[in-house]
Ligand binder design. Structure first.
Ligand code: BG6
Length: 512
C-alpha cells in the first residue's frame, strides 16, 4: 500500500453541491477505513459567509449525505472527523487576491503539522480554474518551499473544456502556474474498479490478448444508459449535451483502455502514453457523408413509465423549449492502427433509458467454417461482456451442445461477479481518486494530451451537428432504448445489445 503524507486539502466551491454530496462523504469513508494520515486538515473555501462551525454543520452534522453515519456512529468518532474541517470566506469573487486564504493555510499548516503539503481541489466552473491557479501562484502557494519539502497539487473537475480549443486554453492556463505532474484532471469513471479492471482483464490473461484484434473481433459495442433525465442540471446540460457530457470524457476513456497497446509497465506515465496513442489513432471523421452515416442524436420525449407521466426533455427546468440538444448520442468509428483496422466501434450514451447500465461487448467473429448447421443463425458468435455497472462482472457467451440426439448448439454463459469477491471493500470512485491524489498517483487522472486527443475526435462531430440542417434530432419516448431507427447505425450485425439490470439478462429488456 502507498503511504499518505500529512497534508492539507483546500476545497474551492466548498459550499456547493458536489462538496456535500460526493467529496465529504468520500473523505469520511477514507477516514472511517483508516486511510487518513496522522495529520489531515480540510479547508473549505468559497463565497459564502460561513464559520468553521457552520461549515461542519453543513457538510457533516446536518448533511443528508452523512445522516446515517452521524446517527449510528460514536459521537466522538464523528466529532474527530468534523474537527478536521475548516472554512474560509473568499469574499465576493474567486478572482481576488488570496492573502487572507494564504494566511489561513499557513496558520492551519503550522497548528496541525501538515508538513507544508497542500492539495487544491477545484469544485468550481472551469472558467475559474486559471484565475484560481493564478491567485494561488501570486501568494507563492503553488510551489513547495524547498526541493524535498512540501508538495503542491491541483485537482480539477469535469467538464474539462467545451471544445478542443477551450480545453487547450484551460491546459495552457493551468500549466502557467502548475507543472503537468502537479495537475490532476478528474474523470470519475477512471475511479471505478471495473474500468480499471479492463486493463487487468486484457494484460494479465494470456487467453484474451491473442484474440484482441481485427483477426478475431467483429465489432466492439459500448453502451452507457441512465434511467434518470437531466434532473436539476437542465441549464448546464442544455449547453452541453450527451456527447460532451459523457462521450468525450468517460466513454472515450473506456475506449482508450479497450484500444490501447500493452504498456511497458504499470507506471502512470507508461499507461498515459499508451492511452494517448490509442486516442490519437481514432479516425477523425471529417467527411460530411461519413459524419451523417456514422453518428446519431436523439432527445427523450414525454412518456409514461410504470403508470407515471415522465417529462420530455424540453419540459425540463432550465431547458430551451425548442432545444435540439441531444440526450442520446451514438457514434460508429474506426481505429487507424494495425490491431484494429476495419473493426467498427459502436458507442452510445443516453438519459432516460429503460435501465442504468454501462457495459462493453466484444463481439467475436463467427467460426469461419460452420460444422454444426442447425446453430441459431442470430446467436452463433462468442461475446465477451464486461459489465462496468451495476451487477459488475464479466460474462462469456459460448456454444454448448444441447443434450439429446444430433448436434444442436446453444449459447451458454460463463460468468464472474465482483460481488463474489466479498472480502474486498470496493471503494467508491471519488474515494479512490481522492486517495490517489493524496498519495500523488496520477494513473487514474487524465493527462493534458489525453483530454486534447479526445476533444480532437469529438470536435468535428459537434461542429457538424451544430451547422448541418440535415442532422435530425430523433425523439424517443422516455424509458425506451433510444430512437426507433437507432439500430440502423449497426449494419452487418443484429443491432444493439439492449442489456438488462443483471449481467445475464437477455436482450430486449424494457420496463415501461
Ligand atoms: C457525469 C455526468 O459526469 O456522470 C452526468 O455529468 C451523469 O450527466 C454521470 O449522470 C453518470 O455517472 P455514473 O457514475 O452514475 O454513471
Amino acid at each position: 500500500m502507498n503511504s499518505t503524507s500529512n497534508q492539507l486539502l483546500v476545497i474551492f466551491g466548498a459550499s456547493g453541491d458536489l462538496t456535500a454530496r460526493k467529496l465529504i462523504p468520500a473523505l469520511y469513508n477514507l477516514y472511517a477505513d483508516g486511510h487518513f494520515p496522522e495529520n489531515f486538515v480540510v479547508l473549505g473555501a468559497s463565497r459564502s459567509n460561513l464559520s468553521d462551525e457552520d461549515f461542519r454543520k453543513r457538510v457533516v452534522y446536518e448533511s443528508e449525505f452523512l445522516k446515517d453515519e452521524v446517527k449510528s456512529r460514536d459521537k466522538e468518532f464523528i466529532k474527530k472527523f468534523a474537527d478536521m474541517m475548516f472554512y474560509t470566506d473568499l469574499g465576493d469573487d474567486y478572482d481576488s487576491e488570496y492573502s487572507g486564504l494564504a494566511k489561513r493555510i499557513n496558520e492551519l499548516n503550522s497548528e496541525h503539522k501538515t508538513d507544508d503539503n497542500f492539495t487544491f481541489y477545484l469544485s468550481t466552473p472551469p472558467s475559474l480554474y486559471e484565475p484560481i491557479a493564478k491567485n494561488l501562484y501570486d501568494q507563492g502557494l503553488t510551489k513547495g518551499s524547498g526541493s524535498d519539502k512540501g508538495f503542491r497539487r491541483i485537482v480539477v473537475e469535469k467538464p474539462f473544456g467545451y471544445s478542443l480549443e477551450t480545453a487547450k486554453e484551460l491546459n495552457a492556463g493551468l500549466q502557467k502556474y502548475f507543472k503537468e505532474r502537479q495537475i490532476y484532471r478528474i474523470d470519475h469513471y477512471l475511479g471505478k474498479e471495473t474500468v480499471q479492471n479492463l486493463m487487468v482483464t486484457r494484460f494479465s490473461n494470456s487467453i484474451f490478448e491473442p484474440l484482441w484484434n481485427r483477426n478475431y473481433i467483429h465489432h466492439v459495442e459500448i453502451t452507457n444508459a441512465e434511467t434518470v433525465g437531466v434532473e436539476k442540471r437542465g441549464g448546464y446540460y442544455d449547453k452541453s449535451g450527451a456527447l460532451r457530457d459523457m462521450f468525450q470524457s468517460h466513454l472515450l476513456q473506456i475506449v482508450s483502455l479497450i484500444v490501447m497497446e500493452p504498456p511497458i509497465n504499470a507506471s502512470a506515465e507508461e499507461i498515459h502514453n499508451e492511452k494517448v496513442k490509442a486516442l490519437k489513432s481514432l479516425r477523425i471523421m471529417r467527411d460530411e457523408k461519413e459524419l451523417f452515416d456514422h453518428t446519431m442524436k436523439g432527445q427523450y420525449i414525454a412518456s409514461s413509465i410504470n403508470g407515471k407521466r415522465v417529462k420530455g426533455y424540453r419540459e425540463e427546468e432550465g431547458v430551451d423549449p425548442e432545444s435540439k440538444t441531444e440526450t442520446y448520442a451514438a457514434v460508429k468509428f474506426f481505429v487507424d492502427n494495425w490491431r484494429w483496422k476495419d473493426v467498427p466501434f459502436y458507442v452510445r450514451t443516453a438519459k432516460r433509458m429503460p435501465t442504468k447500465v454501462t457495459e462493453v461487448v466484444i463481439h467475436f467473429k463467427t467460426q469461419h467454417h460452420q460444422v454444426f448447421k442447425n446453430q441459431d443463425i442470430n446467436n452463433k458468435d462468442n461475446k465477451l461482456i464486461i459489465r462496468i455497472q451495476p451487477d459488475e462482472g464479466i460474462l462469456i457467451k459460448f456454444g454448448v451442445k444441447v443434450p439429446g440426439q444430433g448436434f444442436k448448439v446453444e449459447r451458454a454463459n460463463l460468468d464472474f461477479y465482483y460481488s463474489s469477491l466479498s472480502d474486498n471493500n470496493i471503494m467508491d470512485a471519488y474515494e479512490r481518486l481522492l486517495l490517489d491524489a493524496m498519495q500523488g498517483d496520477t494513473t487514474l487522472y487524465a493527462r493534458a494530451d489525453e483530454v486534447e486527443a479526445a476533444w480532437a475526435f469529438v470536435d468535428p462531430i459537434l461542429e457538424y451537428w451544430a451547422k448541418d440542417v440535415n442532422v435530425n434530432t430523433y425523439g424517443y419516448p422516455a424509458g425506451t432504448w433510444g430512437p426507433k431507427n437507432s439500430d440502423d447505425l449497426i449494419e452487418d450485425a443484429n443491432g444493439w445489445r439492449n442489456p438488462g439490470e443483471l449481467l445475464t439478462d437477455e436482450t430486449g429488456y424494457c420496463i415501461i
